[in-house]
Design a protein around this ligand. Structure first.
Ligand SMILES: Cc1cc2nc3c(=O)[nH]c(=O)nc-3n(C[C@H](O)[C@H](O)[C@H](O)COP(=O)(O)OP(=O)(O)OC[C@H]3O[C@@H](n4cnc5c(N)ncnc54)[C@H](O)[C@@H]3O)c2cc1C
Length: 304
């Protein structure tokens, strides 16, 4: 067997999982294609001890810490297929070779699909954002918008006034109930039902949104809920069950990050409806520890 554990995805979740295994002196391979979800943001916020640093710097620090352990191998390469069963997994790599492992940790994240609006994608992570806790503070209490895609816009619009005067742009995707309108009113949220047709300002910054009737609304930040899907097909290939979250499907795991397939663990955005770097890292710690414990107990029970 080549490795005790292959970790697929080497960002917050995967590096944290691998760290637990490395510290138990297990042979770990981390595969990563170097495209973490937050790569569009200039700075990352809220991750303990790393607030305000560039995402790539944080990732490099986490990776350097891990690579200090001699039983870790890191390959910048995609896993393209996975098969097998508990104790006997095989992972095919983009380069054409194959590796074998007793356990797998899936930590390859999710892919975002943004609303199809001219000028929106190029501002993603700077002035078009999904999470006020991550990037709302930096917008300096200037006017903000919520671009509705579904009912979820109500919750975003209720929270956002703590970061700036808020306009809810309903986009014919969400019609607040009378109760919701009352609550939005109590939070001082302005409702705009005329659709947004474009974004104005020197990209990636935002100065205003263009409405279909010719008006513009000055905004420094626009919050949207992207649709999400697993960034790859490996969990499905292995037979892992998924659940439906508010923005899309994610891999079902138990309290110790075990998927519904024995020997396969999953962590981070791929296996959670709550996208956040610290939570992804914490889930990785659980997954790495659980994978290690399963190796120990299986071997001990087999020998007993
Ligand atoms: C624009 C933006 C800004 C954000 N800002 C913040 C913030 O400030 N604070 C915060 O807490 N959260 C933030 N988030 C959320 C945060 O990015 C995620 O919660 C976090 O990155 C999840 O970590 P992860 O390890 O699960 O997945 P990711 O960080 O997405 O990492 C997955 C890794 O797997 C690799 N991979 C994918 N497929 C394969 C494959 N087949 N083989 C090998 N490797 C593969 C990818 O290249 C990637 O490196 C932000 C999100 C976005 C979209």
């Amino acid at each position: 067997m080549d490795y005790d554990v292959v970790v697929i995805g080497g960002s917050f979740a995967g590096l944290s999982a691998a760290m637990q295994l490395a510290r138990a002196r297990r042979r770990v391979l981390v595969l990563d294609t170097d495209a973490p979800r937050n790569r569009y943001a200039a700075t990352s916020h809220g991750f303990p001890g790393q607030d305000g640093r560039r995402p790539a710097e944080i990732n490099a620090t986490l990776r350097a810490d891990l690579l200090a352990y001699p039983t870790v191998t890191f390959r910048t390469e995609a896993a393209v297929a996975a098969e097998g069963r508990d104790g006997e997994f095989r992972v095919s790599l983009a380069a054409g070779d194959e590796v074998a492992a007793r356990r797998l940790v899936l930590a390859y994240g999710v892919r975002d699909t943004l609303p199809d609006l001219p000028g929106l994608a190029e501002r993603w992570g700077v002035s078009v954002l999904h999470c006020p806790y991550c990037h709302g503070y930096e917008l300096g209490q200037r006017p903000l918008g919520v671009l509705a895609r579904s009912e979820a816009a109500f919750h975003q619009a209720m929270l956002l006034p703590d970061w700036g005067a808020t306009t809810l742009l309903t986009q014919a995707a969400f019609t607040p109930t009378s109760d919701e309108l009352r609550l939005l009113g109590l939070r001082g949220v302005t409702i705009e039902t005329t659709p947004v047709t474009g974004l104005i300002g020197t990209s990636p910054n935002l100065e205003a949104v263009q409405l279909a009737d010719g008006r513009t609304i000055p905004l420094a930040g626009l919050f949207v809920a992207p649709l999400t899907a697993p960034a790859g097909d490996l969990a499905r290939q292995l037979g892992c069950r998924t659940k439906e979250g508010p923005t899309g499907p994610y891999v079902e795991v138990d309290a110790m990050q075990a998927t519904t397939v024995a020997g396969v663990f999953a962590a981070g955005d791929l296996a959670s409806p709550m996208p956040n770097a610290t939570l992804a890292s914490a889930a990785g710690v659980l997954a790495g520890g659980a994978a290690h414990r399963s190796l120990v107990f299986d071997a001990a029970l087999a020998a007993a």
